[in-house]
Write a protein that binds this ligand. Structure first.
Ligand code: APR
Length: 249
């Protein structure tokens, strides 16, 4: 930990790359954790694809509205707050998230790069116009409720969640921005991600390949190689505040 704190203290540009694990202690389900993960309870193909939405828009929209309600009822945890504090200490901090929640923003981070979109950016499934209507309040306890999606004011198409579904490409500008940050940073913290979903999972590797220090923060120890890669096993909400508590910053 001391060596990491020293490098963090010297870093000019830090990237924090996050996955569902950073929001776990805010009560937001991850995807692949056994028992509690969403994909251990639901089939992604049945909920997180354009085909699923075409087949049953009310089921898919209802599921994402349930997720949005859970996020609304949640609060940023100590990991989110530590990342926002880090942004105040290092010269440049770029947060790249695979998460579709707004907990980084609610913790005080700005310009978060959302590689997989956001629950808070619904748009028309037909013409892609952003939806500017008011979304109804949804009960977070009502998992699996079917809700008819609203309609687009321009073309009357159904409104879809503003997230990237399986089989869809990542938004171009966020992807370009994320690659640029990974190529420029001195240190990358990879927090709470299984690193299974491409191309997002390439980001730590891009940083590593250009000589950045990479630190994995995950419940499970991650495979590391060489002197510039580290793994810190434990909860992000415990580890990140400790990283900042050092004399290094
Ligand atoms: N602190 C740190 N790490 C944690 C914590 C925690 N409290 N809780 C869980 N983790 C770790 C798990 O060990 C796991 O490695 O977070 C990771 C969560 O992995 P996934 O559930 O696969 O989530 P993620 O990596 O974000 O998935 C990537 O896949 O389904 C798609 O679009 C979805 O953005 C998502 C992408």
């Amino acid at each position: 930990m001391l060596e990491i704190q020293r490098r963090l203290g010297e870093a000019r540009h830090v990237v924090v790359f996050t996955g569902a694990g950073v929001s776990a202690e805010s009560g937001i389900p991850t995807f692949r954790d056994a028992l509690t993960g969403l994909w251990s309870r639901f089939d992604p193909a049945a909920l997180a694809t354009a085909e699923a939405f075409r087949a049953d828009p009310a089921l898919v929209w209802g599921w994402y509205e349930w997720r949005r309600a859970k996020v609304h009822a949640a609060t940023p945890n100590a990991a989110h707050l530590a990342i926002a504090e880090l942004a105040r200490r290092v010269p440049v901090l770029t947060v790249i998230s695979q998460n579709v929640d707004d907990l980084h923003e609610r913790a005080g981070c700005r310009d978060v790069i959302h590689l997989h979109g956001s629950l808070h950016a619904p748009r028309c499934f037909a013409c892609a116009r952003p939806y500017d209507g008011v979304l109804d309040k949804v009960d977070a306890g009502d998992e699996g409720a079917r809700i008819e999606p609203p309609r687009c004011r321009r073309c009357n198409g159904r409104i879809r969640p503003g997230v990237v579904w399986f089989g869809e490409s990542l938004p171009e500008q966020p992807w370009r921005d994320a690659l640029a940050a990974a190529r420029d940073c001195d240190l990358l913290l990879s927090v709470g991600t299984s690193g299974l979903v491409m191309p997002a999972a390439q980001i730590p590797r891009v940083a590593r390949q250009q000589g950045a220090t990479v630190v994995h923060v995950n419940l499970d120890p991650q495979p590391v190689e060489g002197d510039d890669e580290f793994t810190l096993a434990g909860k992000a909400a415990d580890i990140l505040p400790r990283l900042l508590a050092s004399p290094g910053r």
